[in-house]
Design a protein around this ligand. Sequence first.
Ligand SMILES: *Cc1c(COP(=O)(O)O)cnc(C)c1O
Length: 462
Amino acid sequence: MRYVSTRGTAPELSFEEAMLTGLARDGGLYVPAEVPVMSQGDIAALAGLPYEEVAFRVMRPFIGDTFTDDEFGALIEAAYAGFGHAARAPLKQLQPNHFLLELFHGPTLAFKDFAMQLIGQLFQAALKRRGDRVTIVGATSGDTGSAAMEAFRGLDNVSVFILFPHGRVSDVQRRQMSTVSEANAHALALTGDFDDCQARVKDMFNDFDFRDRVRLAGVNSINWARVLAQVVYYFTAAVSLGAPHRKVSFCVPTGNFGDIFAGHIAKKMGLPIEQLIVATNQNDILHRALSSGDYVTHGVTPSISPSMDIQVSSNFERALFDAYGRDGAAVAQLMDELKSGGGFHISQGALQGLRETFASGRASEEETSAMIKRARAEMGELLCPHSAVGVHVAQDFQGETPLVTLATAHPAKFPDAVEAATGIRPALPPRMADLFDREERVTRVENDLSAIEALIEEGVFA
Ligand SMILES: *Cc1c(COP(=O)(O)O)cnc(C)c1O
């Protein structure tokens, strides 16, 4: 299996290389040269299997010879062993023909754990074999950083440093980073906002001397291996609702388009998905783009669903690549327009292609809160604000096809928004009830590149 860049000029890579590289050298994102298709029989045979076995069968064709079957199977087992639910991604009925796919039973209570826990294992195994090590640096507004620290804690060949904006993440999110006690994992509280954190990470990747010295690697949401891990739960959910004999639709709370793009891959593999519904909060660039054909940035307005507060949706480039008939030059041109002019127009043909798979909707702040309240009253369900955006948008798409809304985080991760809407403060699951008693370890850093780099080198070579 080879991987090609969405901008068409970077070298083709193997799965292992694409995973360890992240971003392509031409600025594009890696996608499989060809998506393997599963037969109806293969899909039907997934019914009733444990999550890990489905994961193996769905992902195996994508990894080529990076791991043997035995190795890959063992890495998948290890990745999901720490989840707090035997089904890993349980499906729950909310309304007639409307279901909630609970993706928050991992160690940091958000769906990011599905991908991060797996790539923690895959990185470790690949690096060990190569006799290599890497330094992972990331910026977070909350969920990605905690998932990454949790996944890479204690691994021999990896150091992980996460920059988060001091005072601007929730207490639960901060503690999920700061209470990681292993010496290879570091939470860095930067004086500044999320954009500053992201800018400093970008600077580090552009400082080639530093990059080579510490062997910098990235695990942000454009890493192909993360998308791949998320394809699996589309299969488990659809099969338990009758696929391949019955079509299923999914409504996905969306920010960077990684999670929903995994659904697009599942569809290309042969899973009978009718619609993939993009649900955005008030930062609705994707909903506007799919409605009008104009992808135009407007800046970010902070919301109660902060993990979806994005200005540019990086994985959307992968969907554009397919919509433009895999024409890397056309995608590169759109991305240039975005960079220089803050937007681009999607051609009529490409827009039509996108609309064959993707529908969209948005939820305002008021609608999100109202949905949290209504779900509690009418469905007996406490929703996190991100999941509530999904359930709100899903109300417009209910019909004969079973509809699955992805619940992307546990309500206890965003207790203030949930309490404001329902009067109930959601409790952490018992296995992490002591989160507020654990000792915190945070390093404060100024918004200064050389100071941050010095700190990281000190940590890596300690
Ligand atoms: C990251 C995240 C999202 C958005 O997922 P994308 O893959 O970026 O579209 C939604 N909800 C929660 C809770 C998240 O952490």
